[in-house]
Design a protein around this ligand. Structure first.
Ligand SMILES: C[S@@+](CC[C@H](N)C(=O)[O-])C[C@H]1O[C@@H](n2cnc3c(N)ncnc32)[C@H](O)[C@@H]1O
Length: 279
């Protein structure tokens, strides 16, 4: 599949059913045509999501972009195999049993229904610099890079193989304003010019290690001084931001899903630091 190595657009096999679409979205030399193709495809994907056909939208998005297929959804963290993707030999080295970091969650990519909600809620314009915290193989950053006007899109990813894949892949697609930093967000800082953060539960706190609290303090420190928009799927982080006195809840959305026959909900919240709220 395209994206696995560094074969580039012209080496894509001609019987790949997604080739024509991929070419129009990323490799049409006319930027106006390219932008029009992206707008058309964005509308098609949004229509699928709003009709409840989000799984189809996710499949199509992954295949057109050449993202590796995520496997083993629903397997408890401790039982997961080292290779969680169906291709590309992508391997966790830091997480769980492999590297011993129990608070590092599996690299499950976001669903398009989350991303389309976050795109609207974060309202990303040309002045925005957006960061996906724990960006995995890059699905969310590629989405923001393609479908928003954000001037820069950063991923921050602790697993070296995932970060390397995401950088190679974004470069192959010509998404030059999309970049993944291979670092631990808990020991590093957010990029200085960040205006928006996307947080799809990348880690949890474990005994003696309040990872979520450490990151909440990070956000509060930035939000105290500058406008910051944060889209969060994490009850723990949402609670910390709510209690901080620096961030206010502006929007929320719940997405149902079924696991082991039980209906659960994936709850997202949008916070802004009060500085971002305007008069
Ligand atoms: C649930 S996945 C999210 C993937 C991506 N954000 C998306 O929405 O498609 C979480 C990712 O966070 C990464 N991660 C966990 N702890 C981290 C940390 N302290 N610093 C950077 N990345 C981390 C994991 O390796 C994993 O790839």
């Amino acid at each position: 599949m395209f994206g696995a190595g560094s074969r580039g657009p012209d080496a894509v096999v001609s019987n790949d059913p997604f080739y024509a679409r991929r070419k129009s979205l990323f490799f049409d030399e006319d930027p106006v045509q390219r932008a029009a193709a992206r707008a058309r495809w964005r509308d098609e994907l949004v229509a699928l999501v709003s009709q409840g056909r989000h799984e189809q939208a996710d499949r199509e998005f992954g295949r057109v972009l050449g993202l590796p297929e995520y496997r083993f959804h629903g397997v408890p963290k401790d039982d997961r195999p080292q290779e969680q993707f169906a291709a590309d030999g992508l391997v966790s080295k830091v997480a769980g049993r492999f590297g011993g970091r129990e608070e590092v969650y599996p690299p499950e990519p976001s669903e398009l229904r989350y991303l389309t909600w976050a795109k609207g809620a974060l309202n990303l314009g040309p002045g925005d610099v957006v960061v996906d915290v724990g960006s995995g193989t890059g699905k969310a950053i590629d989405f923001f890079g393609m479908f928003t006007d954000a001037k820069r899109v950063y991923g921050i990813e602790i697993e070296p193989d995932f970060a390397a894949f995401a950088n190679r892949h974004a470069a192959e697609l010509g998404l030059h304003h999309v970049r993944t930093l291979n670092t631990d967000i808990l020991t590093g800082c957010l990029p200085e010019d960040v205006t928006a953060v996307y947080f799809f539960e990348p880690f949890g706190s474990t005994e003696g290690n309040d990872a979520v609290g450490t990151f909440a303090n990070n956000l509060v420190e930035v939000g105290e001084h500058r406008p910051l928009k944060v889209a969060v799927k994490s009850a723990n982080l949402a609670e910390r931001l709510q209690e901080s006195g620096v961030f206010s809840l502006r929007d929320e959305m719940s997405f149902p899903y079924v696991i082991n026959g039980e209906v659960k909900a994936s709850s997202w919240k949008l916070f802004t630091s009060d500085l971002a709220a305007g008069p």
